[in-house]
Design a protein around this ligand. Structure first.
Ligand code: FVH
Length: 271
């Protein structure tokens, strides 16, 4: 590896996301050491200049910034427990998806080892990594984050949310819940119109996207209402109940299961 003046970094876990993260480090000139359980996945990165560590221990020892990006937290522990002592004095940035509680207990575990811990939530898909559109949420040790802020900025736009290590996961999962809710509604909408031979593409381009964009525009107003604690008017609740009942009836008539909308109706009824 050439001496670029950039700090050495280590990436453990070379799935689709880990590979994108390591590639972004390499493009920015960071001497990058990589390790993956299935060693062959390191090959494209080695061709770009990465060093493939033979063992996790070797990977951890190669840099003071150790990034881990694997499937889940049990995998994080499975990989790092055997080399726990080597984490002392290093910064562990864990961008594996997990719960807020998993993040907090991993922060405690790392602190017990004498390591600084930053938890991360990646709000982007691998091809977007390396561009400002890739937003990465962080929480945990501010000092450790600041120490490696430049390296982390090579992935995209960093947002540090606070010293509670669980905050990044909490916000990540909240955003994902908004996304999954939207996709479920979208799939339901498409299923309804497809019963009349309207294609998903035609519907999405001509009506769905403009409609959803106009709904996104009212979100700030909705948020203000929530924060103010204002009660939703009886009239609005009534209008929503009528619409939800009509969606469910029409979906059923068209042969679409009510699975997505029925729980929303029951939440609204309860309210
Ligand atoms: N890909 C995406 O779009 C999303 C974007 C938002 C953030 N997620 C999270 O990132 C984590 C990794 O996701 P990924 O896309 O890289 O996932 P895979 O391509 O499936 O790779 C999984 C890697 O995890 C390794 N691994 C799994 N179990 C173990 C284990 N017990 N011990 C060691 N390594 C393990 C796996 O290794 P291998 O199968 O290649 O040997 C891969 O490196 C994830 O939390 C997403 O939610 C990505």
């Amino acid at each position: 590896m050439m001496d670029t003046g950039r700090s050495p970094v280590t990436v453990i876990g070379l799935g689709a996301m880990g590979q994108a993260l390591a590639a972004a480090f390499l493009r920015a000139g960071h001497p990058t050491t990589v390790w993956n359980r299935t060693a062959a996945k390191a090959e494209p990165l080695v061709a770009e200049g990465a060093v493939r560590a033979e063992t996790v221990a070797e990977a951890v020892e190669a840099a003071s910034l150790v990034v881990v990006c694997v499937l889940d937290y049990p995998a994080v522990r499975a990989v790092l427990e055997p080399v726990a002592a080597k984490l002392s004095g290093r910064v562990l940035v864990n961008v594996t998806n997990g719960t807020a509680q998993e993040a907090r207990s991993t922060a405690e575990w790392a602190a017990g080892l004498g390591a600084e811990y930053v938890d991360g939530g990646i709000m982007a898909i691998p091809p977007v990594i390396g561009s400002p559109e890739a937003v990465i949420l962080y929480s945990g040790s501010r000092e450790a984050f600041d120490k490696h802020a430049d390296a982390l900025a090579t992935w995209g736009t960093s947002r540090f949310l606070g010293s509670d290590a669980g905050l990044a996961a909490l916000h990540d999962l909240a955003l994902l819940s908004a996304m999954y809710g939207m996709f479920a509604g979208v799939n339901n909408a498409i299923a309804m119109v497809r019963t009349e031979k309207v294609t998903a593409v035609e519907f999405t381009e001509s009506l769905l996207m403009p409609w959803l964009n106009s709904m996104v525009a009212v979100l700030p107003m909705l948020a203000e209402e929530v924060d103010s604690g204002a009660e939703i008017s009886h009239e609005r609740k009534l209008v929503e109940q009528v619409a939800l009942a009509n969606i469910i009836e029409t979906a059923a008539t068209q042969g679409v299961a009510p699975d997505v909308i029925a729980p929303i109706q029951s939440i609204k009824d309860h309210a």
